[in-house]
Write a protein that binds this ligand. Sequence first.
Ligand code: PAF
Length: 287
Amino acid sequence: MKVITTIREMQFEINRQKNQSISIGFVPTMGFLHEGHLTLIKKARKENDVVVLSIFVNPLQFGPGEDYDSYPRDFERDRALAESGQVDFVFFPSVEEMYPSSPSIKITALNRTDVLCGKSRPGHFNGVATVLTKLFNIVRPHRAYFGLKDAQQVAVVDGLIKDFNFPIELRPVDIIREQDGLAKSSRNVNLLPEERIQAPVLFNSLQTAKMSIESGERNTQNIISIVSKMITMETNGLIDYVEVYSYPQLKPLERLSGTVIVAIAVKFSRVRLIDNLIIEIDEGILE
Ligand code: PAF
């Protein structure tokens, strides 16, 4: 496994691989790898000749007062995990390498960003779209792997790939959870001990919503109310949003039908957690 810190060297290696008609799988991350990332790597490993993992905490996608500074970082640990996942190249650039000067072009994510994290984190998806445009151009992968915990991100990236004609296959991967149901996230380490005990309520509330839908509930507001009540009563977290939309369109629904997402974001004292369930109505439950 080779660790690369400059764009020039990464492009040189990619050119070398492409000259040999080799397929490239790309797993973009912000590091502090967990089992969710390892699942993406495993999938990329299985489906491609070469696997590139990027580790870059992208300042552009964090708003003022968000957790850019406290976002967990541990490169040596990440390096060992990447090695164990048989990654070929780790791209680990500095902020100066990625953003050496102020930009002359601005990328704005327009569709599907007026709800969920797009609404509560203004500019977040512009930052995600900008860094991914750069990374896609640097790595030029055949396939790119993203976790469905960030289901809105997957929908936005789908738009980015289509709008800018990147010849990349988007490969969404299911959420990986702890045994108690908490969705794996690099940010979980920033939960206080009592918050860690409460945090599985997020998943339990989504499961309760799913059971209610399975029993015939089709009213969006009733689902939002079931989830909100559980989180408010059983955690000290502050609800940022509990929302239900069609997926992947992210359009509001009065009555639930088709494929829907029940998505939540909850602020604990040092960390904001997100989770979701994507549910196929009428044709059985997907997740
Ligand atoms: O999901 C993430 O970790 C980030 O948003 C990504 C895709 C690596 C872009 O910085």
